[in-house]
Design a protein around this ligand. Structure first.
Ligand code: FAD
Length: 422
């Protein structure tokens, strides 16, 4: 098998894929539109921290990066629910105390992965180089340099589009007959806010949990960072009485927050400034296919399947793509067969997690508050205990196993059918 890959995008999937390929002996050129975050600082734009769980950790472990990443992670064994009046309820994610999700900094994680990729002689990282066009038949991307606008068209045996939800490589595919593509937005947007550390550097809330203010249409979550801060993500509809459009001026911020996130307000002394200054972004699900073109081009991560963040699985799924693609490249007789096998295997999984993520929004913002949900969770923990760990809830199968997402869905549907008939 020929062994030179060009990866478009040095984000989470692109930098991990570079490590996989380099370990397998490939020569890899990674092109990234942004400047090098190791020298210029991380230019985020999306979620400051992320929940890393079993399948992401497993994909990192295959290239010995799990411990390096987990060293800088904050474990979250459960969710802490905040009522409108500030009453707290802790719900563990699993009866098994080993089962935790991990809060990691996006910037820190990206830098760790870039450093790991850069340790291989055969990996070359190129920053400030944006893909502006692709020739799918030749597997060649046109790159434009951010400094002098010069363009180049590096040749390779395999072009991997890891350039995120607004992928240029995918854009090239949309012009091809037979390529299907949809982008659907939900009625909610998101905005990030920060809860600072206390004066003594301690956390202002319990750091052993993912905090949720689940108030129906209005939801906020907060994940701990290692420096004592929390990053909150506010999910609000665009329109309506409680919505981003309901706040037109600085004076509108405090009353709405007092009404919904009473106990969080005193923890954010500069709430109004943050709210007015921080951007508001939209949330989308991207479904497309096929992700592969001929024997030259393939999409991975968000470029193939961006999902809403309510199951905390987008990055985990992107890391799993790297593992599965490498397995196909290692075991197939040609690149064409490998990238087609990768697509056939991962497409049903991407569809499944996209649906589950949309469904989990309802659970996170609404169902978690209901007494029936609490009873169901208690029953699941009892079943888990009685079956000596063989019974796993939907959340556990998604977050604490590497059972393919599509199979997780099938198992869950079977259970629902049994429950309905008993
Ligand atoms: P990205 O991380 O977007 O990387 C793409 C890279 O390509 C970027 O570096 C970009 O600069 C570069 N690029 C883009 N266009 C070009 C171009 N034309 N030329 C060259 N380079 C280009 N996932 C989880 O698993 N857990 C979570 O808790 C979680 N929380 C989230 C919260 C929010 C609010 C959001 C929006 C997402 C969340 N996700 C989470 C999803 C996660 O962020 C993505 O799934 C993940 O970043 C996908 O990685 P990627 O490498 O495919 O894309």
């Amino acid at each position: 098998m020929p062994q030179h890959a060009v990866i478009m995008g040095a984000g989470l999937a692109g930098s991990l894929m570079a490590c996989y390929l380099a370990r397998a002996g490939w020569r890899v050129d990674v092109y990234e539109g942004r400047p090098d975050p190791r020298s210029k600082g991380f230019i985020g734009g999306r979620s400051i921290n992320l929940a890393l769980s079993a399948r992401g950790i497993d994909a990192l472990a295959q290239v010995d990066l799990d411990q390096r990443v987990l060293r800088d992670a904050t474990p979250m064994p459960g969710r802490m629910l905040h009522s409108k009046t500030g009453q707290l309820t802790f719900q563990p994610y699993s009866r098994d105390k080993k089962n935790v999700i991990n809060s990691v900094s996006r910037g820190g994680l990206n830098i760790t992965l870039l450093e790991a990729a850069d340790e291989f002689d055969q990996v070359k990282l190129h920053f400030g180089q944006s893909c502006t066009e692709v020739n799918l038949r030749e597997g060649i991307a046109t790159l434009t340099d951010a400094n002098d606008q010069a363009s180049k068209t590096p040749e390779c045996d395999l072009l991997i589009g890891a350039d995120g939800a607004f992928s240029s490589v995918r854009k090239g595919m949309t012009l091809e007959p037979g390529f299907s593509h949809s982008v659907s937005y939900i009625d909610h947007g998101y905005k990030e806010l920060e809860i600072p550390a206390l004066a003594n550097g301690a956390y202002a809330m319990d750091s052993d949990a993912l905090h949720i203010w689940p108030h129906g249409e209005s939801m906020m979550i907060a994940l701990p960072n290692q420096d004592g801060t929390f990053t909150c993500t506010l999910f609000w509809p665009w329109d309506g009485p409680i919505s981003f459009n309901a706040i037109q001026k600085a004076e509108d911020v405090q009353p709405l927050f007092q009404q919904h996130f009473q106990d969080a307000v005193p923890l954010m002394p500069d709430l109004t400034e943050q709210y007015m200054e921080n951007p508001t972004s939209c949330l989308q699900t991207i479904r497309c296919g096929p992700w592969n073109f001929g024997d030259k081009v393939v999409l991975i991560g968000d470029s193939a399947h961006a999902i809403v963040p309510f199951f905390g699985q987008g990055m985990n799924a992107a890391f799993e793509d790297c593992k599965v693609l490498m397995r196909h490249l290692d075991t197939s007789e040609s690149i064409a067969v490998a990238i087609d096998g990768f697509y056939q295997e991962q497409k049903p999984n991407a569809e499944a997690i996209a649906d589950l993520a949309l469904r989990n929004f309802i659970e996170m913002r609404d169902t978690v508050r209901s007494p029936i949900f609490k009873i169901k969770k208690r029953c699941e923990r009892v079943l888990h205990y009685l079956s000596k760990g063989r019974y796993q809830s939907l959340y556990e199968m998604v977050s604490f196993t590497t059972i393919p997402y599509a199979e997780v869905c099938q198992r869950d549907q079977r259970r629902q059918r049994i429950l309905l008939t008993t």
